[in-house]
Write a protein that binds this ligand. Structure first.
Ligand code: ADP
Ligand code: MG
Length: 228
């Protein structure tokens, strides 16, 4: 295990109509590879904001964020996009699949157009990760031909196709029934065991069974409880 993502005194506020909304205050935490982290907290506490900061999707006011020991402070947008594409996989509550593309085509998307791989190699990579999430027999289905749980598994496959070291998931089971939620948590847990850093925001108490570390956002701070 090694530190892959490090928050160093991170603070974040939003300004709306000249009013400053304080969201996160001096967050200090180091996330390691091979671990499953649960981030919990009340609605509006800043969970999605933190996940977006960790994924370089949202700026912060002060402090530093290190990804794989590199300070992200002076990165240009293009460089951030490259890091997101290579090192980070995202999974959201609403799966954000392209409805006009088949499952395997959705999964191929992060491989991009300028990639050195041939179309055949890209397709094979997509089929490999679909197999990993148990959906090799659904590769040719369009999203509307899949259940919600299956669509989320396609989204996980898409997050995995570039073999990122970090997976960030924001309420990935928020739209799913308990049976499908379990399948998703099991897949994410397995990925942590394979060495990835898995960070999952969830309201569901069920996540506590899977987490190596449970983190709470409370009163603008991130604190650790239980786990390990
Ligand atoms: N872009 C934004 N501009 C202004 N306020 C925002 C913005 N995004 C989120 N907020 C506010 O910040 C707080 C935290 O939001 P969020 O991170 O989405 O919380 P959570 O995911 O824990 O429910 C909420 O009060 C929300 O209304
Ligand atoms: Mg949220």
């Amino acid at each position: 295990m090694s530190i892959i993502l490090k928050c160093d005194n991170l603070s974040k506020s939003y300004t709306k109509k000249n009013k400053q909304l304080n969201i996160l205050n001096n967050i200090n935490f180091a996330f390691e590879t091979g671990k499953f982290y649960a981030i919990m907290g009340e609605s509006g506490s800043g969970k999605s904001t933190l996940i977006q900061i960790l994924g370089l999707l949202c700026n912060f006011d002060s402090g530093n964020l290190y990804i794989d020991n590199n300070n992200t402070e002076n990165l240009k947008d293009k460089e951030k996009a490259l890091i997101r594409n290579k090192k980070i996989g995202f999974v959201f509550q609403s799966f954000y699949l392209n409805p006009l593309l088949k499952a395997f085509e959705n999964v191929m998307l992060p491989l991009g157009v300028n990639c050195k791989l041939s179309d055949k190699e890209k397709k094979n990579k997509a089929l490999d990760v679909l197999k990993q999430v148990g959906l090799d027999d659904r590769a040719n289905h369009f999203p509307f031909e899949l259940s919600g749980g299956e669509q989320q598994r396609v989204a996980i496959a898409r997050a995995l196709v570039n073999d990122p070291c970090i997976i960030l998931a924001d309420e990935p089971t928020g739209s799913l029934d308990p049976k499908n939620a379990k399948i998703i948590f099991d897949i994410l847990k397995d990925l942590a065991k394979q060495g990835k850093c898995i960070i999952v925001v969830s309201h569901s108490d069920d996540i506590k069974k899977y987490a190596d570390e449970i983190l709470y956002i409370n009163n603008h701070s991130l604190t650790k409880k239980g786990g390990e």
